[in-house]
Design a protein around this ligand. Sequence first.
Ligand SMILES: Nc1ncnc2c1ncn2[C@@H]1O[C@H](COP(=O)(O)OP(=O)(O)OP(=O)(O)O)[C@@H](O)[C@H]1O
Ligand SMILES: [Mg+2]
Length: 289
Amino acid sequence: MLEILAPKEQGEVLVEGKVAAMTIKKISILGGYGRAGNKDPVDRVDLAMGDVLSIVGPTGSGKTALINDIGLFASENTPSRRRILINDVVPSNEFLDDPSKNPIALITQHTSFLSDLPVHKFLDIHARIRHSERPGSVVDDTLEFANQLTGEPIIVDSAMTELSGGQSRALLIADAVIIGNSPIILLDEIENAGINRTKALELLRKYEKIFVFVTHDPHIALLSGYRIVMKNGAMQDVITTGAEERRVAETIDRIDKVIVNLREKIRGGDRLTEEELRVIMELASLVSI
Ligand SMILES: Nc1ncnc2c1ncn2[C@@H]1O[C@H](COP(=O)(O)OP(=O)(O)OP(=O)(O)O)[C@@H](O)[C@H]1O
Ligand SMILES: [Mg+2]
């Protein structure tokens, strides 16, 4: 880990976790090759601390492969032959060998826990491993964060293996952000987990980290500062979100609220009526009755 740091910062690295958050300033993806062996049209992407970035593209276009390249600190050793730099240099192997030193938290599309510890015990152990000064309140904060993303609150005495898919992902996100304090968080398709993604983005934005979202969701894509467009396994383009797209995002937000509202009703066992839909759309300022 030391080799990636500028000399004046080397002393700080001894306290892991929090210091890593301070010392990582930038992560770079150096282009490799797409699935057909064609060169990535985008040959370099630099992500600065505080950036929120999306990866978009059709199913099978290589989004998960790209996020895995980042999570593995690829060095021409993955099918894409891409390379990842941290603060402009090749990251140390220590990042991969010692999970507590790894600055990247990758929350995958297919999450499952192998541990059947109760939720509170699992979080408490993690908080202690991370040398948290106040394990109890860190665990409470983590659960509160996770519960804002889920429909049904997590029961702290239930086993980790009993959590639903959405609850597991919500807990992993909260754990990575709060207990893990990871400076770089990669999230593969949170929309499919059934968690409140607008709320997630709103909560996450309060933390100074690099967030990378693989997404099919236009709202998340437009709330990101920029997005990498994938095609046939290659990084095809990088689009920066401009003023017009930010305005579009505001309307999408209203459309989203309508969908969330309808989803909640369906989940709650209600029937939907045309009149109700009109009222919800009117409330969201999408139509005037
Ligand atoms: N640059 C590449 N070189 C070689 N193989 C690749 C490359 N990019 C992706 N692949 C392969 O293509 C397949 C599909 O890619 P991937 O799973 O990343 O797609 P995706 O965009 O995440 O799709 P989905 O939206 O369904 O999750 C995988 O088997 C992956 O290993
Ligand atoms: Mg994928």
